[in-house]
Design a protein around this ligand. Structure first.
Ligand code: COA
Length: 160
């Protein structure tokens, strides 16, 4: 499997994978991804099987320690010199799940954040995924302020 960062040319594929992975209320739209790619395409980690995008991880960098709903929409808040690599999305298409692909992308994001001298990574997730992210070293900080998609989210942090 090939892993690389993104360019604006990947927009269609990224939006299609997102729509396959999340209910409409939680999925980022194509317009949102266009803004994200414009501001932080180097903070997308894409996995390809041949030419096909099968999984990706994305999120911007900020000095804010906690992940807020505003961050999902306001790509312009990305700060390339910030302390924390946020993780907004972790997606693998249904046909390719349980092969460790999301795990590989998470490890790559951790590796890059380390190389870039970040303090760590922050994500939010539903209860059922807390043990999954804990395997990579993320620690659950409890319920986050996020009301994204009307779901209860836990904030988890990995300190490098
Ligand atoms: C959550 C999600 C990203 C996981 O993607 P994935 O590529 O299947 O992830 P992995 O393969 O790394 O891990 C998934 C499970 O498969 C297991 N697994 C990994 N490699 C495996 C293998 N070779 N054989 C069998 N199981 C394996 C992992 O241990 C993990 O098990 P666990 O859930 O019991 O911890 C994917 O299910 C998804 O896109 N879901 C919808 C969107 C979503 O909820 N995203 C998370 C938002 S916080």
């Amino acid at each position: 499997m090939k892993i690389r960062t993104a360019t604006i040319d990947d927009l269609e594929m990224i939006a299609a994978v997102e729509a396959e992975c999340f209910p409409a209320a939680e999925a980022a739209t194509k317009e949102e991804f266009a803004k994200r790619l414009q501001h932080y395409s180097d903070h997308f980690w894409l996995m390809f099987e041949g030419e096909k995008l099968i999984a990706f991880v994305d999120g911007f960098v900020t000095d804010e320690a906690d992940l807020t709903d505003e961050m999902y929409e306001k790509a312009e808040l990305h700060n390339e010199h910030g302390a924390w690599q946020m993780i907004f999305g972790v997606n693998t298409i249904p046909a390719c799940r349980r092969h460790g692909y999301a795990g590989e992308l998470i490890c790559r994001a951790i590796q890059d954040a380390k190389k870039q001298g970040r303090k760590g990574l922050v994500l939010t997730c539903k209860d059922r995924l807390v043990p999954y992210y804990a395997k990579f070293g993320f620690v659950n900080e409890g319920v986050s302020d996020s009301a994204h998609g009307n779901v209860v989210w836990n904030q988890m942090r990995l300190i490098l």
